[in-house]
Write a protein that binds this ligand. Structure first.
Ligand code: FE2
Length: 170
């Protein structure tokens, strides 16, 4: 059994990860509506990754004999008023998720829960990658997105992204 606070935070994280998937599907829908199918593909795959994260937290709790409680997933409430705005939402959201992972890590560290810390190490690294990916999207958009030919090329590049399962297995 895990520490009560650590288990509660891990359980909450399941919901946060599913919300992340919802938010990224919303962003994908926005880009699909704008005719940017490559951007939509990139965020649809991002949504799949978030579902994987949710399932990893769920599996981790179950592996440790903890009961899982699924709560309602909030409606995505962000407005996307421009192509760049949706990318900004993605970047800010990843920074927020990093803070959530850090909060769970702090709780595990406080009670010397080395098992949970070891589990979370993968997520600490993953968040570094997620923030970099989101920042790279903004940089690429700023370099190429304002020109129609550049935007077309960037959209084609993002259309080529394929889903890969997470490297962490439990
Ligand atoms: Fe995630």
């Amino acid at each position: 059994m895990l520490n009560e606070k650590v288990a509660a935070l891990c359980n909450e994280q399941i919901n946060k990860e599913f919300y992340s998937a919802y938010l990224y599907l919303d962003i994908a829908n926005y880009y699909a509506d704008q005719g940017l199918d490559g951007f939509a593909n990139w965020y649809t795959i991002q949504a799949q990754e978030e579902r994987d994260h949710a399932m990893l937290f769920l599996q981790y709790l179950q592996n440790n004999g903890e009961k899982v409680t699924l709560e309602a997933i909030a409606k995505p409430d962000k407005e996307f008023s421009c192509h760049r705005c949706a990318l900004e939402v993605g970047y800010e959201h990843e920074q927020y998720v990093t803070s959530l992972i850090n909060t769970i890590y702090e709780a595990a560290y406080a009670v010397k829960d080395f098992r949970t810390m070891q589990f979370l190490d993968w997520f600490v690294k993953e968040q570094g990658e997620e923030e970099k990916n989101a920042d790279d999207m903004l940089k690429k958009y700023d370099l190429y997105g304002s020109d129609p030919k550049g935007l077309y090329s960037l959209n084609s590049e993002l259309a080529a992204r394929v889903y890969t399962a997470p490297s962490l297995t439990l």
